[in-house]
Design a binder for this molecule. Sequence first.
Ligand code: FEO
Ligand code: CA
Ligand code: CA
Ligand code: CA
Length: 598
Amino acid sequence: ALAPGGTPLDFAAIAPVDAEVDEFTVPEGFEWHPVITWGDPLFSDVPEFDWDNQTAEAQKGQFGYNNDYTEIQEIPGSDGLRAVMFCNHEYDNANIMLPPDTSHEDVVTISMAAHGLTVVELERESREHPYSYVIDGELNRRFTFDTDFEFTGPARGSELLVTGTSSDGVTVKGTMSNCAGGLTPWGTLLSGEENFHQYFQGNGGEEQARYGVGDETARRWYDVEPRFDTTNEGFENEPNLFGYIIEVDPWDPTSTPKKHTSLGRFKHEGANVRLAEDGRAIAYSGDDEVFDYLYKFVSRDTYIEGDRAHNMTLLEEGDLFVARFDGNSPSAEIDGSGGVPADGAFDGGGEWLPLVLDGESQVPGFSVEEVLVNTRLAADVLHPTKMDRPEDVEPSPATGLVYIALTKNSDRGTEGEAPVDEANPRAENRDGHVIELDELDDATSTEFGWRILLLCGDPEQNETTYFSGFPPEQVSPISCPDNLAFDSVGNLWISTDGQPGGIGKNDGLFRVTLEGEARGRVEQFLSVPRDAETCGPVIRDEDRTAFVAVQHPGENGEWGAHTSFFPEYEQTGPKPCIVQVLPALAEPDPEPEPTPDP
Ligand code: FEO
Ligand code: CA
Ligand code: CA
Ligand code: CA
């Protein structure tokens, strides 16, 4: 019964690993290899990483910190031996990155340089060997706060985007808080600017408050960079420059990356695109906050096979929608306990409520620019469904069904907060859930059906888990679903963020069977080291190899008292790192005995 859906990948699920263990664990018969690690130089004129002599200048040419979303595309004509990798660097953990005697100014400038994105070439000896990265690869590039991005779409050039660092509301320096992302059908990468609020000193405005921009931040970047203090004259709009879906062309190292206003501004987890039957591009995106919403963008123009320049404009103009989920069971049957309703399923219908349609705002009191920059406030007017923290939203290439990871929401159903509903049926939802959305073969549809696939958790600790009817005693415990991926035959893969604090097990990567009798079966494939989160899963080579971004290993430690030493286990502290897992290579034949000279 292994190998669901006919995948060639056969493995015996690993046992969950206790949260104190500082090991990377893979199934029997597999091995793991770091591909690229925080501090690795991308160019030969950049210094090797040195714990005690870090500089912002060096970091700008080295692989950044806290790798998150990762995507790998083979380079055409390379027989699968070369690839280009894209990676987000979401945030820093200055407490374990830098010696404690580092000046505040250096902490700020080095941490800033550790944010952003990386494009880097990979190479390998054969498909059976692990990848390593290529110093000075032609496509290698680091995106930092020095990189120019260009706004597109209806809010490009808007007064709302004019600030001390963008005099025209068109060009802006930098991206940040890049969490998840997606590969477009035309080969570019999307990346979501997520928790940008935590870098800004707020000015008390209502819009800022809805985005969580508040008082003094722990990082205090504004001591060094005035743009991060919105009480500074001219910088009031600075947070409006972040919170977008950006698009990067990894195949052209001279290209200017875009920030697409048409997909709205919120704490974008990421975005994933598919093409509708009529060729329009559909992008799904979650706003990762407790009680926030799920969004869908439908492009105005249609995809043209082979016209890459045109396709790269598809996310610039189109309609934007936010989701309302309607359950089909009586609300009395949704009591917050997680018990399955009498019709046997958490399910129902729903509607995509328009925010922008045919270039016109559909929200009373909001212009199009205001909808796209203050999207959360505009969406509030339409009363969409408040969700349990939407993370990755990803259409299955095999079936067209769309999967939504809802990571958790411990406030659900508590006093003064939104009650449970059929789409978010657990009170104080500690372990999160996964919804399957069905747009009935029309990705442009404004209506959808939906059902819950998994109510996550450890069945031994939580009576309210649900695995679409698969026996709970036969699954790997899983909590806090975050990033999603699919293998070559359409099995769903889920990486988690928050298991250690929830079920007491290290985060990991899991395969979920979607089709047939074993639908709902969860099998753990790997487990990351102590305090780390599993990000950016990629399944490749007909499912023989998997990549994950190991983010914030040892984040609960401090300099000199580290909780992790991953991946080198001999250095001063832990390093975030991209890991490849693949079947162990057979031991090479022993060297033949040298024949003595006659
Ligand atoms: Fe950066 Fe939604 O996690
Ligand atoms: Ca139902
Ligand atoms: Ca995430
Ligand atoms: Ca994450």
